[in-house]
Design a protein around this ligand. Sequence first.
Ligand code: FAD
Length: 541
Amino acid sequence: MSVTTLRKVFCIRNLLIRSAAHKKTSYLHNQVTLPLTDQPTIIMIGILLFLFVQAIPAELFPTNARLGNECCCQELLSSLPGLVAHPADTRYNSSLKSYWSTQEQALLPYCIVLPRNSEDVSRVVTVLTASNSTSPCRFAIRGGGHASFSGAANINAGVTIDLQVLNEVTFSANKSVVHIGGGSRWGHVYKTIVPARKAILGGSVGVPGLVTAGGYSYFSARYGFVFDCVSNFEVVLANGTLVSANAVSNAQLYRAHKGGQNNFGIVTRFDMRTFDQGDLWSGTWIHPVSASSSSFMAFENFANSQNNDMDAALISTLTATSKSTWTLSSTMKYAQPIPRPQAFSEFFKLSTIQHSEEIGNLTALTAGEPLGEPGYRWLSATATYANNATMMEAFFKLANQTVQQLPSDPAFSFSLSYQPLTKNMASQGARFGGNSYGLENLEQDHAIYVVNLRWSSAENDNVNDDLIRDLFTASDVAAQSMGLYHPLKYTNYASLWQNPISTYGNQNIKELWDVSKEYDPQQIFQERVPGGFKLPKLPLV
Ligand SMILES: Cc1cc2nc3c(=O)[nH]c(=O)nc-3n(C[C@H](O)[C@H](O)[C@H](O)COP(=O)(O)OP(=O)(O)OC[C@H]3O[C@@H](n4cnc5c(N)ncnc54)[C@H](O)[C@@H]3O)c2cc1C
């Protein structure tokens, strides 16, 4: 028998074993029962084939993990015909090309499955987690595909579940809640809600990764992180059941999804509280780098809870496009159509090279965001320090030293951004069932620092990674010596090596593990979904 025939036989054998064990799949949320095999003739042929294949000695079957995952794709194909894309399929390539970073684009799953709705996701998970599998299926969960590190939302030689088709956006009857499909992008969401003069907390790229890990929004000063405005998560669990997680039902799972990302299930729908919102003001001021010290002082004053205007959002960014060329920018948003709001007055006084400003709605302002470009190698890393201009200055000095050491690269760009994390913003989570960050009682105002590095040559991967790690090690030491250190590594900006969930505090981590053991007793999302930020092993050192 040829290897190809053996492979087919092996997959058929697996299929038969699985369909015998999983003849029926129950969807507990609505008690609908979907028969997978119901034709007596097919069952009879199946039994005969099953007996025949069972008679072949096990050692004749190629049982390595690679082949096992090929079989997972075969099994998906028979359960969800039309939704599985193999490498020869144009959908496979367009899915890969639509990842933000080339590190993610480079991973080659055996197949990509494209569910159309929650029930499809449930079927996919049921097939992939069938317990009597000879070689367990390994899979990745992909939303917008904007997390940059390799393996965040894609997988080599496994199955990638691409949720991008789940992008339906609808209002509740009174428009107080918007239901958002688990693979949506923010621009699409805003197009639906802005005409009704409604808004939600959101970002500018992919929805699910951002929401399940926190989320900075234009409105965060008033309402907190984006996940604090989720009233309900619809989730497919490891056993394929579809559940709702909210403050009343599955409350621990609800809290866990606010920070726990892909560790408990696949979110197929986010229900988010809306609020009334008209036009906003947006301004970007570019300053010479000589204004950086004054800008750090302006930032410290702005991010101080005592003066903080809750309609105002700010990102201060230093960008190096070469080892000697730095620019400084202040990106400002105001949740009222008021030109040059008082909240930013100190930034308007800084020496300015050029500026732009507009009043517009959320759709227009998000579309105008300077997001950078997909299709490069990207690394982002983060730290949290108390709100302090001296610390910002110290970090900039360290960053400049790092920039001098980074290898030359045609696509080189390095940016360092500061965003306020005020006590008010951090405390919002407690109003709506809490979140996993454990920041409710933050004692002083902080700032989140994020570095984004862009390059093109894979040869530079390791040295870039090492130098950015060294930068954050040095800045942590500096912050500790000034008494300004906070352990949080904000998950949406973290590198894989920063292990951000380990920074949520021992009690929160223990609760996340409790949820994992209760809702995923076989630890599917820890072991068969290797990508993304996993729960840290306890006890923490
Ligand atoms: C250009 C750009 C702009 C950005 N702007 C902001 C910003 O304004 N504010 C901010 O806070 N962050 C911002 N980020 C960071 C961004 O929020 C994160 O990269 C986030 O993970 C992107 O979400 P995604 O759905 O595209 O993620 P993906 O890369 O698809 O997934 C990220 C992680 O989430 C998991 N995941 C995805 N979908 C699901 C699901 N349905 N259920 C369970 N797990 C899932 C994946 O398995 C993966 O581990 C930005 C990033 C970029 C590249």
